[in-house]
Each structure stands twice: as structure tokens, then as C-alpha cells.
Design a protein around this ligand. Sequence first.
Ligand code: ADP
Ligand code: ADP
Length: 234
Amino acid sequence: MEVVKTENVTRIYRVGDVETNALRGVNLSIQSGEFTALIGPSGSGKTTLLQLIGCLDMPTSGRVTVNGKDVTNLNRNQRADIRAESIGFVFQFFALIPTLTAYENIEMPLLLAGKSSSERAERVKQLLEWIDLPDRANYRPDQLSGGQQQRVAVARALAINPALILADEPTANLDTPNGRQVMDVMTRLNKETGVTFLFATHDPRVIQYARRVVTLQDGLIIKDELVEKSAVGA
Ligand code: ADP
Ligand code: ADP
């Protein structure tokens, strides 16, 4: 099944008299279960494309379909509903709530979704095991390493069982071992749960994890390649 489809998507930003054509007609189709890297130079439109697919922003023209739903012209509330149902987000700066523990951060989307306390407890326990942090459940973000924080953010993104997780430079603020741990966890979750990952990165070490690499330049896809199996998990 197709989780993401963009058809001739453009996004023009207007600031005063200045117009920026951030996306100039992007056609992208992503199937369920893919593990795809979005690469390209700074300013090529990666974040803009993730925001459109993530229903955080609307295209200037073209069509965006997420999990079979046309989200192009939805209003603010409708887009929030799509995000809550279908999309998890992982950001460069982790974006955990600093006053909450790892457990409570992961639990938050389940609370918002109205899950019962027993359902929440079971799911959070499972997620903490998946990210190899069962012993850090009661730690706050400032008591965790950057890699541990980002793994908590990945677990939080996965909590509601989304069709799609979008990650914008998930390892940009991590050193080599921590970045590797985060990518290993994302790879494992993709394999075990089948959740689709789309992540923007410019780090060659991170690109190596992808099974498909989509390259943006000046707001257009200039390359779209499947990675050979022998290179997976290098
Ligand atoms: P990337 O993520 O590849 O670095 P972006 O999508 O952030 O690229 O940016 C693409 C282009 O759009 C850049 O020229 C950037 O300056 C511009 N841009 C991005 N966001 C905005 C915004 N909110 N307002 C105006 N211009 C923006
Ligand atoms: P370095 O040469 O920078 O010390 P390593 O030899 O430790 O890197 O890295 C070996 C492998 O670990 C890389 O080929 C890559 O698969 C993975 N890796 C390293 N750094 C990162 C990172 N920041 N994010 C994801 N994976 C990484």
C-alpha cells in the first residue's frame, strides 16, 4: 500500500517581496514498510517536503496523499487529526518535554489518544524494551545522553502505531556512537513493526542505513535509487 504520494507538489514561500520556490514539482511515492533517506544540499527543500507530507504545512499547488487520504486542502483541525492518527515525528533537537520522564514522554501521545491506563502501561513497557531503555523509564531528558533522548523520541513517535514516521536530521546533534544507536533502533523498528520511515539527512554514515535514497536539488527530485541489499546495515 502507498503511504505517501506527492503529485507535482510546489511550495512557494513569500517573505515581503521575496519569493522562494522551495519545491518546484515533486512527485514521490512511498510504499508501506520503506526505509528511505531524503538527501540533498542545505536549502534543497528537504524540510519543506517533510512538512508537507507531515501535514504541518500546505503545498502551493499539487496534491499530497498520506495513508490513502488526500490531505492537500484539509483545514488545520483536519490536518491535526491526520497527524494524530497516522504520523510520528522525530526532530533534530529531540523535542522531548523536559519536565517529564522517558516513560511519561512516550506515554503522552497515548494519553492524548484516550488509551486506558492498562493499555498505556503495556505499550510504554514494550516501547522501552524496543529502544533498549527499560532501566531508564524514570529518567528525565536531562539525565539521558543525546542518543538515549532520541531513542525516547523515536519510541514516542511510534507509540500510536503510525503508518509513517518522519525524521528531520535525526542524528545531526549526536556523536558517532549515539547516532549509530539511533539508526540501529530505527532500522530494527522498521523491520519488526513494518512502520515506514522517511528521514532527511546529509550525513553519509546515516545514508548508509537507507534502502532507498531520494535526492533533492533546488526543489526537484534529481535522483531516486534503491540501495543494493549487500550495503544494508553497513
Ligand atoms: P533543506 O531542508 O533542504 O535545507 P528547506 O526546505 O529548509 O531546505 O528550505 C528550502 C528553501 O526554502 C530555502 O531556500 C529556505 O531558505 C526556504 N525556506 C524554508 N522555510 C522557509 C520559510 N518558513 N519562509 C521562507 N523561506 C523558507
Ligand atoms: P568514524 O569513522 O566516524 O569513527 P565509525 O567507524 O565509528 O565512524 O562508524 C562505523 C559505522 O557506524 C558507519 O559506517 C555507520 O554505519 C555507523 N555510524 C557512524 N556514525 C553514525 C551516525 N552518526 N549515525 C548513524 N550511523 C553512524
